[in-house]
Design a protein around this ligand. Sequence first.
Ligand SMILES: NC(=O)c1ccc[n+]([C@@H]2O[C@H](COP(=O)([O-])OP(=O)(O)OC[C@H]3O[C@@H](n4cnc5c(N)ncnc54)[C@H](OP(=O)(O)O)[C@@H]3O)[C@@H](O)[C@H]2O)c1
Length: 412
Amino acid sequence: MSVIKVAILGFGTVGEGVYRTIQSHEEELASVLGKKVEVAAVLIRNKEKDRNINEDVLVTTDFKEILCLPQLDVVVEAIVGKEPPLTFLKKAIERGCHIITANKEMFAHHGKELLKLAQENKVSVGFEATVAGGIPVIQTLGQLLKINRVQQVQGILNGTSNFILTEMREKKQSFAQALLQAQKNGFAEADPTNDVEGFDAFYKTMILSRIAFGEEPNWQDVEREGITSVTRDLIDAAEKLGLRFKHVASINREGGQITGSVQPVLVGKEHPFYHVEGVENAVNVHSDIVGRITLQGPGAGMFPTASAIIEDLVYVCQNHYHDRSFKQMAAVPIEQKKGQISETWLVHGLTKTKINPLITWLDQASVDTFIIRAEKKDVVELANQQEDLVYFPFLGEYQSAIKLKPKALSAL
Ligand SMILES: NC(=O)c1ccc[n+]([C@@H]2O[C@H](COP(=O)([O-])OP(=O)(O)OC[C@H]3O[C@@H](n4cnc5c(N)ncnc54)[C@H](OP(=O)(O)O)[C@@H]3O)[C@@H](O)[C@H]2O)c1
């Protein structure tokens, strides 16, 4: 039986997971591909660490040694940061290898460039693991896009943020306590900025946008907010109305324009994201023929991520050579709405505001926390007038929990 030779760059959580999965699923891989899959080399940075790697595998800190192997078919990259991974992958493509990456930060910035280079060199690129870990969202979108026109993709894409919000609500913890727990469980890095400030979800959203719409919104125009503004009091107030905070990334195509946001939002019981808890991820795709589809599952971790990479391994080996560059989709005609769309918000800190005819008051969650319906510009205007006012959008159709008493209004 002939052999497919693989190099794994990085031997941390993901790299080791891929190595172990190739060993544990040797027979399945051989039966699907008709070839034995063998790890020929592993690239590491620190030689001192103990690793459980077979003696016949080249373990090196020098990528050139890997490039010089007599046979090399696939390079799997599981390193952190943009460089040197980008340079390694370019060299691998030029050598004629298929590449697979889990590195969303690098791929969000340089995916287009790598796909173009791969196309020129007639090799394939797998990047399923860059978005939502083990959930096959990229394969699903690829499948849907054959005929369906995708209009919107929304997702809970950062497991650490979702874990923190869940812990704060369920265990009545502060943000700091929940973050510490996430770090103890190995879900959050020592420096959690990328997760809790929304950067990680932002990178994944840009990758999804390219898959779904063939292009991205202007990065500067995408509202990016993490979960640090969501306090325990706000979570408790929302819970009284049967609502939960979720950190949601959203990209929409309206006419020819792509818009996006990454921010904390509120969802009610009827929304598919309501029950997505802990480190789970979920992606909701809205397309014109099938309607809404929700995929949910583990968004990170050694084996969920290895699962995405192994499926990519089969994909790149079976599709030699297949053009997987992003397609530019036809614009979906959207019914033009007159004026601006009215939206629902949770606003906190509304104490001195006069009753405003542009706002419809829907519910009251605490003395100064309300659910209102208003256009975004009016809510922004309120926030400009009152520095301590915070507001969060509600996702979906709001079902009023308690009718707001006229007495509450007069107290404003
Ligand atoms: N963890 C997840 O659940 C998950 C899920 C999806 C995607 N990802 C992405 O997958 C990538 C890897 O994540 P991870 O969690 O596995 O990270 P990790 O546990 O920190 O491992 C990173 C590995 O990269 C190696 N490395 C770093 N710089 C290197 C260099 N210049 N040359 C060679 N090796 C180098 C490190 O080597 P040493 O061991 O020698 O220090 C380490 O083995 C990241 O881009 C991450 O965003 C992770």
